[in-house]
Design a protein. Structure first.
Length: 175
């Protein structure tokens, strides 16, 4: 039974492999790295949903795949940046290295971003997840049975709320 569930989860993820690969290429810019990233995402999907009673709905599953792809990529970037920073000669000052301070958004962790996503209302979250999965506005409108203008409004609201929520992690002294 478990093997059957894993096969179903694998088939679900593999059907979306081309879309995941395109998004991974946009992030990585390197085909080998993108392939590795997609393989890891598919493996994690099978591990996560191969033991559950039911697979997620297509939009939710696609959103999970895309969100996991992005989280893995940004995690790899953070690890690489940490390794590179640790490899510098500690005797050199920041002025000698001519190092710019990192952009504020790099201070946001995956957990904080997930927390911000969880703070969205279900309707706004669903719309955001579909867009994050690479769906076009018209496609989202059709899937949700709402006008395109409503899709645009929800996405605007999602961006605004995420920005406000994440700002609390960037502003010292704000809970």
């Amino acid at each position: 039974m478990r093997q059957e569930k894993q096969q179903q989860a694998g088939a679900f993820a593999m059907q979306r492999q081309a879309r995941l690969m395109a998004q991974a290429m946009n992030l990585c810019g390197d085909e080998t790295d993108a392939e590795d990233l997609v393989q890891e995402v598919i493996l994690r999907f099978i591990q996560e949903f191969g033991r559950k009673e039911n697979l997620p709905s297509a939009p939710s599953g696609e959103a999970w795949l895309v969100r996991t792809l992005a989280n893995l990529f940004f995690g790899q970037c953070r690890r690489l940046r940490t390794r590179m920073n640790g490899a510098r000669d500690p005797a050199l000052s920041a002025e000698a290295l001519d190092v710019e301070p990192p952009p504020a958004y790099e201070a946001i962790t995956s957990e904080q971003f997930s927390e911000a996503l969880d703070s969205l209302s279900p309707k706004i979250r669903e719309t955001h997840d579909l867009r994050a999965a690479g769906r076009k506005y018209e496609e989202i409108a059709t899937l949700l049975g709402i006008p395109v203008g409503t899709v645009k409004k929800r996405l605007h609201d999602a961006r605004t709320k995420l920005r406000e929520y994440l700002q609390t992690f960037l502003t010292p002294g704000v809970p």
